[in-house]
Design a protein around this ligand. Structure first.
Ligand SMILES: NC(=O)c1ccc[n+]([C@@H]2O[C@H](COP(=O)([O-])OP(=O)(O)OC[C@H]3O[C@@H](n4cnc5c(N)ncnc54)[C@H](OP(=O)(O)O)[C@@H]3O)[C@@H](O)[C@H]2O)c1
Length: 373
């Protein structure tokens, strides 16, 4: 987690995630690519030098600030960041195989050359410098484009969970503001970062929302608009759900054993869809390598999809999907008062390891944010 990030600013890319820079297949340009000359200063940052438990987080005052490498990148001064479960998992090495491939598709670097590694993906800040092809942003802009009604800390809590929920609900689930009215939606893991956002977007689109969470989170999810709330700790889930009408859509951000029973509560033969966010995609690659991991993933998702298809329901996996236009749609809903950020706790930059521990302990009630500036 550093003060500055380099981000790709294609209109269809999430501007908050520095790793996406490596995704762009472009030859480095020989012409001048940025509005200003590269700076040769350093910045404070939290980095890791190896994967492991929270002790591997190290503070440095001397991280080189990023430079613009491609003309469609910008440099953002980070004012606030939020931490997601994947950041904690990546600290421990989760997803390293796939992410190293993304950073270094030709495998030129030797193992371990990703260090010192700066973790984190969600930021809100101010554009400091733009590549020469950047049209949609200019130095001084609050990104990406930040909802006007929010502080940087509030804005930083949204992009990753919002774009993940949006991908699951809209891209994979096919739901949108015009076809959602009255649809019955079940959200598993409703009290976390993704769940608290998903409830609100579903209610903004007039769906009927049943939220599954712990009892102590029921007031929170009702305030966000949930129509029915089920405490998953108060008894057998299947017993509790069988008295409710079947669902058109299930968003699962819990995973594990949930998919052995959740699909039984979808309407049959009506296009109803179960979407899970908890998949073995990155783990398979860590364990089996890129090719075998992808093969295993394809076989697993293919066989599950087919099995449920013959039972009259759709089974799908969803992933975070970078999208500038979606972020703009989300910003509109926020500025219209239909979605509010749910921040459980804010830590100062000096306490980043405590923020990681908070997320690692689980039981989130919304998001954990780090205030940087
Ligand atoms: N596929 C992707 O691209 C993608 C993207 C983002 C997130 N994810 C995954 O999605 C999951 C959720 O992410 P998140 O950011 O929302 O996590 P989070 O903020 O940690 O929230 C998880 C929530 O689930 C609750 N919970 C735990 N067990 C539950 C159960 N059996 N039934 C109902 N609720 C339960 C937790 O509270 P209690 O334990 O107190 O009940 C917590 O509020 C994570 O596993 C994450 O890795 C995947």
């Amino acid at each position: 987690m550093g003060f500055l990030k380099t981000c790709v600013l294609r209109r269809n890319a999430c501007t908050a995630v520095c790793f996406w820079r490596r995704q762009v297949v472009q030859k480095p340009s020989v012409r001048k690519i940025s509005t200003t000359s590269p700076r040769s200063t350093v910045m404070p940052a939290w980095v890791i030098d190896k994967y492991g438990s929270n002790e591997v987080l190290r503070f440095t005052q001397n991280m080189m600030i990023p430079m613009i490498h491609y003309p469609n990148e910008v440099i953002i001064k980070v004012h606030a960041a939020s931490i997601n479960p994947i950041d904690v998992n990546m600290r421990s090495g989760y997803g390293a195989t796939a992410l190293n491939m993304k950073r270094d598709p030709l495998h030129i670097k030797i193992k371990g050359e990703e260090f010192p590694l700066t973790l984190g993906r969600d930021v809100s800040g101010v554009v400091m410098e733009c590549g020469l092809d950047v049209r949609y942003f200019k130095p001084g802009d609050e990104v990406s484009h930040k909802p006007k009604s929010l502080t940087h800390a509030q804005a930083a809590s949204l992009p990753y969970v919002a774009l993940t929920a949006w991908s699951a609900i809209n891209k994979i689930g096919g739901l949108h503001d015009k076809n959602c009215a009255g649809k019955r939606v079940l959200i598993l893991g409703a009290s976390g970062g993704v769940g608290t956002f998903a409830i609100q977007v579903m209610k903004a689109w007039d769906a009927h929302v049943t939220a599954v969470c712990s009892q102590d989170a029921s007031e929170l999810v009702r305030k966000l608009g949930a129509d029915d709330v089920i405490d998953y700790k108060s008894g057998n889930m299947e017993e509790q759900l069988k008295y409710l009408k079947p669902f058109d859509f299930i968003l699962d951000s819990v995973g594990g054993s949930t998919e052995t029973w959740a699909l039984n509560f979808l309407k049959k033969w009506s296009g109803a869809t179960y979407v899970t966010l908890v998949t073995p995609f990155l783990l398979n690659m860590d364990r089996l390598g890129i090719a075998d991991g992808m093969l295993q993933t394809g076989v697993t998702v293919g066989s599950k999809t087919l099995k449920h298809f013959w039972q009259g329901v759709h089974y799908r996996w969803a992933f975070f999907m970078a999208s500038g236009p979606y972020l703009d749609d989300i910003a509109e809903l926020v500025d219209a008062g239909k979605i509010q950020p749910v921040i459980e706790k804010t830590f100062p930059f000096s306490k980043v390891p405590e923020a990681f521990l908070k997320v690692e302990r689980g039981h989130a009630r919304g998001k954990t944010v780090v205030s940087v500036v």
